[in-house]
Ligand binder design. Sequence first.
Ligand code: NBP
Length: 479
Amino acid sequence: MSQKAQIGVTGLAVMGRNLARNFARHGHTVALHNRSYGRTKELVEQFGHEGTFLPAETAEQFVASLERPRRVVIMVKAGPATDAVIDEFAPLLEEGDMLIDAGNAHFADTRRREAALKAKGLHFVGAGVSGGEEGALHGPSIMPGGPKESYEALGPLLEDIAAKVDGEPCCVHVGPDGAGHFVKMVHNGIEYADMQLIAEAYDLLRQVGGLSPAEIAGVFGQWNEGRLGSYLIEITAEVLKQVDADTGKPFVDVVLDQAEQKGTGRWTVQAALDLGVPVSGIAESVFARALSGGADVRKAAADAGLPGPSASAGAHAGDLVADVEQALFASKIVAYAQGFQQVQAASKEYGWDIDPGAMAKIWRAGCIIRAKFLDFIKQAYDKQPDLPTLLVDQYFLDAVSGAQDAWRRVAATAAQQGIPAPGFSSALAYYDGLRAKRLPAALIQGQRDFFGAHTYHRIDKEGSFHTLWATEDRSEVDA
Ligand code: NBP
């Protein structure tokens, strides 16, 4: 074969097809392969005019059509299918060639695969790709991990097809082995939190403020012009504006109120538990979806008539719309602070050396959480790369301190009126936990020492101590 492709894509369902088209539209010759040839044929028939494609029926033909080092993007269903594809292609590749998994793999799988392929002299790049099918075609946010040297040969192609902000690509080498997929997972976790907070804002405006979905769409439209400006706020206004053609009712009133999930939010929380990082905003959003989907338990609660607050529960003491905007912004800051802290903790744990500011930069376009707000996060980490939490950066500190009275009023109103707002309330509790001079954790240490002799540290002396709780004088000993 005379003509060679710069890059190949195997797995040509909606995501792979769109990524392949995106590469081709940017002038790259793209080798195509899919387990069943039908998809490959279809792509060439429908979109062949968009660029230069080299379709292959077999893995061997596909590999032979690639220039060296070979760059093979795998875009198949995450899990066993990815392993099957790796097992098929690895024996056909040569030292220095690259397998790039652009699917939604768990970072632990990516670490395992990277180690196994490294032993064979192959580069394995776990690349987080965000933005869904539209992003894949028009410019996703790309989070590649894997060996740094692979980025020299791969990075320019990925940067070509990535979303751009002021000409800068939303793609950067995140760090070794599973770093890219880890960061993509946390991105999705933050997305869960963002969506939950927006949903709570809507619910309060509707239930407390009595606004209609169309009126709330207007509020979101205005907020989108300000500091909350983001893709999620923008699409929320669109969803709220929608009227069901069958019934004439607001669309949001005819949709079953049970949120589904694919699992990346849950993975984020599981990983955070392992790292000991409190991502309460993300966790509450995963649990809120689980609660909404627990139809049997909800029905049992409804049947039992679990009582709400008394009729005398107070009205909201303030400008509700303005207060909810403040609560939403402050809670969002907490959720992002927690997510970034998780990335930093994982970076330390796995030796990834991730630049958190660079993550904020590549999330500014192409992905679901794209927002104006990310510029401030980037600036915060540029100023201080080892920032312990975003909440101590001056911009965010000012924003949260300016918001906190309204935030407290909103959380109080939700509690008093019996409207669930776990995102707003837990974010506020986290904030208060962080700023507390003394936490009741000292009492928990006492309890642990009492029942399990787990020992404790004192504020005034070095060392570990244990109190002899079972003795009469309960004296303290060095532990
Ligand atoms: P799917 O996740 O639906 O997977 C379908 C593809 O996997 C087809 O090409 C299919 O081949 C191939 N495949 C399967 Br299934 N089992 C295989 C096996 N054992 N060996 C080889 N190929 C196999 O495709 P998608 O919706 O395009 O998603 C692709 C990836 O992108 C997934 O990891 C997904 O999680 C991720 N994704 C990301 C986003 C995002 O926003 N970033 C959105 C959607 C999806 P066939 O045609 O022969 O059946």
